[in-house]
Design a protein around this ligand. Structure first.
Ligand code: C2O
Ligand code: CU
Ligand code: CU
Length: 499
């Protein structure tokens, strides 16, 4: 199959460039129907409860695992909101430790953002009112408690958000939820011998991010979605702690990307390979009108320190899914194709209503700030890193401190952020806004390809055009951080106010 090289970081592409994979048997645990999350529809002023709770979930067949979720045992509903409305929720917590509900990608005030300063304590429900004012987009929510985010998300405290814009309906795009508009929350997990979800980062899996050898979509291992024989929109969220996916279809078919983190692109973009780093989203449209079922595959994640040498030196191997093709290519899920429905679309519009944001573009005169993502702040951490002990990570030399505001911004002031990454690629995320990637690793990103982003995979240096139109004070500041959750929990995060 052919995968466009442009979308691959390095050697990952080589893996997918293998003959088509047809008729491969399901590996032992896969093949159940894709679960379609319940819709928690807040449009039109509906109010709802969102309760963090413990669960017992049969992710591996016949074996129950302790898990966590919002309103359910593992993961949470898809929460749908309208631009121009206030989305109201009562946030509850029936677990035995504080959680939060961070609205990843939402342009809302710091006090609404659900970061590590706005916890939901057990049995102390909190009223949330989110002023939704941003383009239609696929976002997500997850717990964001300092030093616990990795564990919380791993066990299931995450779900998808769909923002609709009633004034800019995306007519012509598939949009029937659960039929031709599917949420796909892609995550990797590890289970212990008893079938329990296992979260135990240490040594290399702590340094490089914790990865799993089983791939889950919406909480099911390598499921099958049955789709109508026409155009189907997939809203893909990489909800993994650390794994980067390089997606492609087993028969090499191309598809169109229509949206990125912050909303829709100006025009559908044809491709046959898509890289998604942790927390990134992509909306793609796939044409199933040939009636042929197909597997969605991924090339392996090659984002390791010193090309993986560190893992060997520290005596631990990264978990990786069982390959189904050369180069470690593994299966994510499958699609089986039925008859087209009455509403099934067959042609994509040439132009779509692109997400637009009011951001000053006087690039030559904008202030610049630098952020360096440090895996070994101070430089002398190699020995402590080898031991896998209490090693801190940092940004600009400072490890996350809940009591320190690292940066201050003026509301409405555009800036260019130069973010540089050390030793590995890091998915850099900013709260409270979407940004434009001006360049990444020396090449011009091209807005028509990247759209509005809130996470960007940085390897080398990236220049981001950033502007905050909402405010955040020191009681509930915004965060910027690496979205490899083990890096975030180790302190590769900073806090900022916008006033
Ligand atoms: Cu999705 Cu601060 O994170
Ligand atoms: Cu966020
Ligand atoms: Cu990182």
């Amino acid at each position: 199959m052919r995968i466009s090289r442009r979308h691959f970081l390095s050697t990952a592409a080589a893996g997918l460039a293998t003959p088509a994979l047809i008729g491969t048997a399901f590996a032992a645990e896969g093949g159940n129907m894709l679960p379609i999350p319940d819709l928690l529809d807040l449009r039109g002023g509906a109010k709802a409860a969102l309760d963090a709770q413990a669960g017992q979930t049969a992710i591996l067949s016949g074996r129950m695992s302790a898990s966590a979720g919002y309103n359910q045992g593992f993961l949470g509903p898809v929460i749908r909101m309208n631009r121009g409305e206030t989305a109201r929720l009562t946030l509850g917590n029936r677990l035995h430790e504080p959680v939060s509900v961070h609205w990843h990608g939402m342009h809302i005030e710091g006090g609404q953002d659900g970061g590590p300063h706005t916890l939901v304590n057990p049995d102390e429900p909190v009223e949330a009112a989110l002023d939704v004012d941003q383009p239609a987009a696929t976002l997500w929510y997850h717990s964001h408690v300092h030093e616990r985010t990795g564990a919380h998300v791993w066990y299931g405290l995450a779900g998808m958000v769909m923002v609709d814009d009633p004034d800019a309906p995306d007519d012509g795009l598939p949009s029937t939820y659960g039929v031709d508009d599917l949420p796909l929350v892609v995550q990797d997990r590890v289970f212990d011998r008893a079938g329990q979800l296992l979260y135990a980062p240490q040594g290399p899996t702590r340094m490089m991010g914790y990865r799993g050898d089983q791939i889950l979509v919406n909480g099911a291992i390598r499921p099958v979605a049955s789709v109508p024989g026409g155009l189907v929109r997939l809203r893909i969220l990489n909800g993994s702690n650390a794994r980067i996916y390089h997606f492609g279809f087993a028969d090499g078919r191309s598809f169109h990307q229509i949206g990125t983190d912050g909303g829709l692109l100006p025009a559908p973009l044809q491709m046959n390979g898509l890289t998604l780093a942790p927390a990134e989203r992509a909306e793609i449209v796939v044409d199933f009108s040939d009636g042929q079922g197909v597997a969605l595959l991924s090339a392996p994640d090659t984002n390791m320190m010193m090309g993986g040498m560190m893992g060997g030196m520290m005596g631990g191997a990264m978990a990786s899914p069982e390959p189904v093709a050369d180069g470690g290519v593994f299966e994510v899920m499958r699609f089986s194709v039925g008859a087209p429905g009455a509403d099934t679309k067959t042609t994509l519009p040439a132009r779509i209503t692109a997400a637009t944001l009011p951001v000053a573009r006087d690039l030559a005169n904008l202030p610049r700030r630098r952020f360096s993502l440090d895996m070994m702040p101070g430089g002398g951490g190699m020995m402590s890193m080898m031991r896998g002990g209490g090693h801190a990570m940092a940004i600009n030399g400072d490890s996350m401190d809940m009591a320190v505001i690292n940066q201050q911004f003026r509301q409405g002031q555009a800036e260019i952020w130069e973010v540089s990454a050390e030793m590995m690629a890091h998915p850099f995320h900013i709260h409270g806004t979407s940004f434009e990637v001006l360049s990444n690793s020396g090449s011009v990103a091209g807005f028509e390809r990247t759209g509005w982003k809130d996470v960007v995979l940085v390897s080398g240096t990236a220049e981001l055009l950033v502007q905050f139109n909402r405010t955040a004070d020191s009681a509930a500041p915004y965060m910027y951080h690496c979205h490899i959750l083990e890096h975030e929990d180790l302190g590769m995060m900073g806090q900022f106010t916008v006033t």
